[in-house]
Design a protein around this ligand. Structure first.
Ligand code: NAP
Length: 238
């Protein structure tokens, strides 16, 4: 398990769900992983954990500075933290819209902006942004979530093109329906609709997504940048 040996990675939203799966898998592959979440948490498998609200640009600067102080480099950034909200366009309250966009989209911008200079100084890096099948295909409602996850895909392509010559790759993962506390909090109707539309006929797991993230962080994907990688049991192919 040495596919990420020597690499230093920041993973946001790492205390549970997909983020915890990615952080643990990267650590198991030899990476020095700094797991971040909005509240402090403990994760013995990781090199360190930090409290980081991804909507706080000053906190981003502090976390990246701390990582550089401790390890001297930053190779991988996984922008995973995300929230959802059921509101449709006509019922969306501006405050709720801003909350979802602020975490899911502006948080990704802050993360990339804080990490890119550090990656560039180290000769390159890999950015992995967690979008969603909802960034590529629609379901009713969840208007702000759709808006932000679609934006994450194009922001990822923009970073891929802009920083390619600096050795920085940027790719997006589009998870399908994954068993996590987020989906456990959704209505049974919504969950059933996603599962019924999943050709492989089972829910995904955080480790399904983690496998893709490890690949995109590793040198095995050295010639891959700017892609959307669905990890969705065939949902988007149907
Ligand atoms: P989850 O179980 O709700 O975990 C998300 C984590 O992000 C939580 O630990 C949460 O902390 C943290 N977080 C929320 N706001 C944050 C902030 N402002 N700053 C830092 N951390 C914050 O969600 P998940 O299902 O693992 O989802 C992870 C990512 O995958 C999200 O971007 C989600 O949109 C995406 N995704 C999930 C699915 C799915 O089916 N599960 C499908 C497609 C895409 P608190 O709970 O303490 O706030």
């Amino acid at each position: 398990m040495t596919r990420l040996t020597g690499k230093v990675a920041i993973v946001t939203g790492a205390s549970r769900g997909i983020g915890a799966g990615i952080a643990t898998a990267m650590a198991a592959e030899g990476a020095t992983v700094i797991g971040c979440d909005v509240l402090g948490f403990s994760a013995p498998a990781l090199a360190a954990t930090e409290a980081l609200d991804v909507t706080d640009e000053d906190a981003w600067a502090q976390v990246v500075a701390k990582v550089l102080e401790r390890t001297g480099r930053l190779d991988v950034l996984v922008n995973n933290a995300g929230i959802t909200s059921p509101e449709s366009v006509h019922e969306s309250r501006l405050e709720e819209w801003r909350r979802v966009v602020s975490v899911n989209q502006t948080g990704v911008f802050f993360g990339m902006r804080a990490a890119i200079p550090a990656m560039e100084a180290g000769g390159g890096g890999a950015i992995i942004n967690i979008s969603s099948i909802c960034g590529a295909a629609a379901v009713p409602g969840i208007a702000a979530y759709h808006a932000a996850k679609g934006a994450v895909r194009t922001m990822t392509k923009n970073a891929a093109i802009t920083y390619a010559r600096q050795g920085i790759r940027a790719n997006a993962i589009l998870p399908g329906w994954i068993q996590t506390p987020m989906t456990a909090g959704q209505s049974a109707d919504v969950n059933d609709r996603f599962l019924d539309a999943t050709p492989l006929g089972r829910p995904g797991t955080p480790s399904d997504v983690a496998g893709a993230a490890v690949f995109l962080a590793s040198d095995e994907s050295a010639f891959i940048t700017g892609v959307d990688l669905p990890v969705d049991g065939g949902y988007l192919a149907a």
